[in-house]
Design a protein around this ligand. Structure first.
Ligand code: CA
Ligand code: CA
Length: 147
């Protein structure tokens, strides 16, 4: 376990976050994932999130509705990257409210709360466009992904 992650999330908070993802996925067929890494390197957060989305095979869901919450912990940079199935359906400012909500918590030092609030809001919002089906499959692990 990398220390930089424990600087913002305790083990218990990490577990709570996984549970929040699991709960959000009860509302939608969208697949949510959080990826943490130390730094974006030389890239911007959006570019890095897009590339991780592919590297983590998140484009391979049936409805193309994966969502990656990307956080570069030391750079304090956040980006959300969503699959093309989502972008084809949701309004253009769909993610802005969610990003703003997370950042407002981050600014108070509330990292796990911010991520949980974002995951909950995304689950609720995506449920409108991609309701969960009875035969839902957990296509992507709910565990926090770490760089
Ligand atoms: Ca699913
Ligand atoms: Ca999942």
């Amino acid at each position: 376990m990398s220390d930089y992650i424990r600087s913002i999330l305790t083990e218990k908070q990490e577990q709570t976050l996984v549970e929040a993802i699991t709960a959000a996925e009860l509302l939608t067929s969208g697949e949510l994932r959080i990826h943490l890494e130390k730094s974006t390197g030389r890239k911007g957060a959006q570019v890095r999130a897009k590339s991780l989305f592919g590297a983590l095979k998140m484009h391979k869901t049936a409805e193309k509705n994966g969502v990656l919450f990307y956080l570069a912990v030391e750079d304090k940079k956040l980006a959300i990257w969503a699959g093309e199935g989502i972008n084809a359906k949701v309004p253009i400012d769909f993610w802005k409210e969610i990003v703003d909500l997370i950042i407002s918590e981050f600014k108070q030092g509330h990292f796990s709360e911010g991520l949980i609030a974002g995951v909950e809001k995304a689950g609720n919002a995506l449920g409108e466009f991609f309701p969960r089906q009875e035969d839902d499959v957990d296509e992507l692990s709910n565990e926090i992904s770490k760089g």
